[in-house]
Write a protein that binds this ligand. Structure first.
Ligand SMILES: [Zn+2]
Length: 398
């Protein structure tokens, strides 16, 4: 009979250690557009203090890095159980914080600061354990995986996919610690952001019948999106595990034109696709791309050789779905003493990449609630942090 993870500190001291780490993590501003290296180096130092070596995977500009570190009996490149978190946080600009977002405030019941719920609270719990784990008593390795730029479309995690695939057979599974109130989550929708840009020539409106109209061209594509949405709503595909059981295209932003007496030169449309598992965001977006850069562009070019339509994908968070009866899901449910059925959530995470692309069985489970994330005075309850520590420690790896 295996016991939990062997750590040197007692419960109370481990909790205090975790809060001290959380204070440091929150104190480093890792908004997605900034470098995360100060945080990564802090983590690297913490782990090396307990004899754990970190490997960094850099972005092209060498301004950000993912970190992978394994503790325990890592013979043959074994990774065991992976704990995964993103290091970046969303911006605080335009939000009414009641104090410095990057200075942790701890009350009797909550810890307040940017990233406490999403997801530095989870990372602090992982680090508290890893910095105190007794390697020689671990029977299964423990791996920490930290990424950059999750909030702008899983950019860092995508760079780890190749490496994750080499772990196949050497990894039991991955816990992605996004805030789920510590319930075990087995699925979410996929999400992509796209931009279409329509360009023509600015002319006097008297000549309008002879000229391509970028706004009208954009409207044609929006019309198709509306028709597609209606098909998704009526004929699916439907996945009844979600409150909104079908995919959807949200036209989120449109911009173009100057005034009624000028033929517009330009129009751009930004939209988001949210798709149920098995209904590929790419296939939905490609319908709109094909229409815009095919038929619509041809019509525009028939009137002006300068006309051009461009399509860009701005971000991509794949959907996530693992069989609730999967061995790893059952393992986590049992270790965490989860009474509820595995859940489905409306927000995206890196789990879709980790399981769908990296082939590592995954669940999403972390302290705090999504409603407490991304807002002014973001917080996580101390109770959730304590429970998270207890849950992680209860994994039968000792
Ligand atoms: Zn997150």
């Amino acid at each position: 009979m295996s016991s939990g993870i062997p750590v040197r500190l007692s419960g109370k001291d481990l909790y205090a250690h975790m809060l001290a780490i959380l204070e440091r993590l929150v104190g480093i501003d890792t908004t997605s557009h900034r470098s995360n290296l100060e945080l990564i180096h802090y983590v690297q130092d913490l782990l090396s203090g307990n004899g754990i070596t970190s490997h960094l995977h850099w972005n092209e500009e060498h301004t950000k890095a993912n970190l992978v570190a394994t503790a325990g009996p890592a013979a043959d490149g074994d990774r065991g159980i992976v704990w995964s978190g993103h290091t970046d946080v969303v911006p605080v600009e335009g939000q009414a914080w009641s104090a410095d977002p990057f200075a942790l405030r701890v009350t009797d019941t909550v810890a307040i600061g940017r990233g406490t719920a999403d997801m530095k609270g989870f990372i602090a719990c992982c680090l508290a354990i890893l910095t105190q784990v007794e390697h020689e008593r671990l029977t299964t390795p423990l791996t920490l995986m930290l990424t950059y730029e999750e909030e702008i479309g899983c950019v860092g995690a995508r760079r780890l996919v190749e490496e994750m695939r080499t772990w196949e057979g050497k990894v039991k599974g991955c816990i992605v610690g996004e805030p789920t109130g510590l319930r075990v989550v087995v699925g979410h929708k996929g999400k992509q952001n796209h931009r279409l840009t329509f360009d023509g020539e600015p002319k006097h409106a008297a000549l309008a019948p002879l000229m391509p109209n970028p706004i009208a061209a954009a409207a044609a594509v929006i019309g198709r999106a509306t028709a597609l949405n209606e098909t998704f709503r009526t004929t699916g595909p439907h996945d009844e595990r979600f409150d909104i059981s079908h995919s959807w295209i949200n036209i989120g932003r449109i911009e173009g034109g100057v005034k009624p007496n000028i033929v517009p030169q330009h129009c751009s449309v930004e939209y988001e696709v949210r798709s149920v598992p098995g209904h590929d965001c790419d296939s939905i977006a490609s319908e709109l791309t094909r229409l815009a850069t095919g038929e619509v562009q041809e019509d525009m070019r028939a009137k002006s050789g300068l006309a051009e339509v461009r399509a860009e994908r701005l971000s991509d968070t794949p959907s996530f779905s693992i069989d609730p009866a999967h061995e790893f899901v059952a393992f986590v449910q049992k270790a965490f003493g989860a009474a509820d059925e595995p859940q489905f959530v409306p927000f995206g995470t890196e789990a879709g990449l980790i399981w769908g692309h990296g082939r590592i069985p995954a669940v999403v489970c972390g302290p705090g609630f999504i409603t407490e994330a991304h807002v002014a005075d973001e917080f996580v309850s101390l109770d959730q942090l304590q429970q998270c520590l207890d849950h992680l420690r209860s994994l039968p790896l000792g």
